[in-house]
Every structure is written in structure tokens, then in C-alpha cells.
Design a protein around this ligand. Structure first.
Ligand SMILES: [Zn+2]
Ligand SMILES: [Zn+2]
Length: 233
């Protein structure tokens, strides 16, 4: 899975590594993954493999499926936070490789999306943070997968309050109508990229907009998915 050989120390265990991924092979393999994800929302569930969870049987989200590389638990949670808030670029390569690996196996027997679309930040948040972590992931993933990025199409028009700490109902109303389209959607199958998916409200809202304006399938790909959202449902 991994390329040019250079020596560096693994950022988790400190072991000498011979890959460019900031973590040694052992720590990469030990990162938390979602066991038995629902075929639609991607949450861990106890039904048969590739089946839908109870929540999706009753009320499926607008997106077709949520594919995640990792489970949002220790130490993935801490690594993502360092990448997002401390701009530790060393992790960018690792995260893109994990996403690419996951997507390659997912789309092996399925139609590959036509374009990648990153969940946008509001311009004021982008100025404050300096970069959009979802766009950075999409950019690196595009280079690896050769799927082009759709730019300048989706705008975040409302600077929403932090979703963290809100109930599912509050998250949905917080994010409602927070996005708009700057140009018509000409692609039918879109892969929406985000760093972390928790309740799925943001991806659901964007999917609704894209499906209303020309897309007919929106898949979601995230670096990490919370293993369950029982606290929100
Ligand atoms: Zn290690
Ligand atoms: Zn589900």
C-alpha cells in the first residue's frame, strides 16, 4: 500500500518506520474501523453484513451510502483533531491513503462516482482556520484516484453554529438551508467528501440540494464515522 522509503518515527508508538505515512504499519493496521457498518448510513449495527440498520429501514438518509475509512474513536479522533486544528500536514498523506484504499475496495464491483465534492466551510471559518480539511482530503484523493474535483459549485451561505453538543433535531435545524449552489449540477453521481460524519445531518442537507438540482446519486466518503449515534437518534 505504501511507497518511497524514508526513515521517520511513528507519531503514535515512536517506532522507526520506513514509510511516509507518519505512522508505522502496525499502528495503521490497529486504527479503529467500523465493524459491520449499515449499507446506507455507515453506522455500526448488529444485523447481517451489508444490510440496513433499523434507522435506515424506517427513514433512510438522502445520500445513497456513507463509506468511512475509520471509526471516530481513540486514537483516530486525536489524529484528526491534530490535523484539523494544529494543521499537522504529516497526516494528510496517511488520511488520503486510507480513504483511497477504502474506496478502491468499496467500488470494486460498483459504478465509480464521476466527481468528488468537498463539504465547504463558510468563508469566515475558512479565513479563521486557514484551510478546509475536507477539500484537502478531496484534493489528495483526486490525485490518487484520478476522479476530478467539482469546484465552485457548492457554497456554505450560513455560518452555522458548531454542531458539536447538539441533539439530532437541533443539528438538522442548525444546518437547514445552510448551503446553496453557485451553478447547475451537471453530474449524476457525486461523491461528497468530509473529514468526520457524526449525525449525517450536514451530508443529508447537501445531498438533498444536489438531488433536487440534477444529481441522481450522492455517496458520502469520510475519514471517520462515529460508531453509533444513539445519543442523537
Ligand atoms: Zn507505530
Ligand atoms: Zn443505517
Amino acid at each position: 500500500m505504501f511507497f518511497d522509503l524514508i526513515a521517520c518515527d511513528c507519531l503514535l508508538c515512536g517506532a522507526n518506520t520506513t514509510n511516509k505515512l507518519a505512522l508505522c504499519e502496525g499502528c495503521v493496521k490497529a486504527l479503529p474501523r467500523i465493524i459491520n457498518p449499515c449499507a446506507c448510513c455507515g453506522l455500526q449495527h448488529s444485523g447481517p453484513p451489508d444490510s440496513l440498520c433499523g434507522g435506515c429501514l424506517v427513514k433512510p438518509p438522502k445520500f445513497n451510502q456513507c463509506i468511512s475509512a475509520l471509526s471516530y474513536e481513540f486514537p483516530a479522533k486525536q489524529l484528526i483533531s491534530r490535523y484539523k486544528y494544529q494543521q499537522q500536514w504529516l497526516y494528510g498523506n496517511l488520511f488520503a491513503q486510507l480513504l483511497h484504499h477504502r474506496l478502491t475496495s468499496h467500488y470494486l464491483d460498483k459504478q465509480t462516482p464521476e466527481v468528488l465534492l468537498a463539504v465547504p466551510l463558510h468563508p469566515s471559518k475558512l479565513r479563521q482556520r486557514g484551510f478546509n480539511q475536507a477539500f484537502e482530503l478531496a484534493r489528495r484523493l483526486s490525485a490518487l484516484s484520478h476522479i476530478p474535483i467539482l469546484k465552485g459549485c457548492l457554497k456554505r451561505t450560513t455560518n452555522t453554529a458548531q454542531q458539536q453538543g447538539l441533539s439530532l433535531k437541533q443539528r438538522r435545524s442548525n444546518i437547514r438551508n445552510a448551503f446553496s449552489l453557485a451553478k447547475p449540477v451537471i453530474h449524476h453521481h457525486i461523491l461528497l467528501i468530509d473529514d468526520v460524519v457524526t449525525s449525517g445531518s450536514t451530508c443529508n442537507e447537501i445531498s438533498k440540494l444536489l438531488l433536487k438540482h440534477g444529481a441522481n446519486q450522492v455517496d458520502v466518503c469520510c475519514l471517520a464515522r462515529t460508531p453509533d449515534n444513539t445519543i442523537f437518534r
